[in-house]
Design a protein around this ligand. Structure first.
Ligand code: FES
Length: 155
């Protein structure tokens, strides 16, 4: 997607949400759904469209883990790090995923194959620990099962 197309999408979504009360979060979700991230270049247009400061918009984007500021890799692995999963070994699973993918802090691998990010509850607490690969949730995850999943997508 070119920068022009990206900004055209942002402007279209800003216009669609501008009159909605409490529009910022729904707008950010819509932008991320359309572009797979919320580019920094979108912040001024969003701020202006919603009559907010750039700092307010930036603050919300950086506060919520859900919003990405850079495009994700071809596959996105989310490891749940919320309470129930933590009690069932999510920290070790996260560490395993980081080590397996060679990214000590998560993020997007240099080859663009995969993005590893934390998520805070996937609604599978009774079957912890949970992960989602390309938005498909997987319950009762283990290190070997995670390796098999990543192998399937070539990561
Ligand atoms: S805490 Fe991990 S799925 Fe709910």
């Amino acid at each position: 997607m070119t920068d022009e197309t990206t900004m055209a999408t942002v402007h279209r979504l800003v216009a669609a949400h501008a009159q909605q009360p409490g529009a910022l979060l729904p707008l950010l979700h819509a932008v991320q759904e359309a572009l797979e991230h919320v580019p920094d270049a979108a912040v001024p247009a969003i701020a202006e469209g919603l009559n907010l400061s750039r700092a307010e918009v930036h603050g919300v984007i950086t506060y919520y883990h859900h919003f990405r500021r850079t495009p994700p890799g071809r596959h996105v692995l989310q490891v749940c790090r919320a309470e129930s999963c933590q009690a069932m070994g999510a920290d070790a699973l996260w560490a395993h995923a980081c080590s397996r993918l060679g990214m000590p802090e998560g993020g997007t691998r240099a080859d663009g194959a995969v993005t590893l990010e934390p998520v805070y509850c996937l609604g599978l607490c009774a079957m912890s620990p949970a992960v989602a690969l390309d938005e498909a949730p997987r319950a009762r995850m283990s290190a070997p099962r995670l390796d098999a999943l990543l192998h399937e997508v070539g990561a």
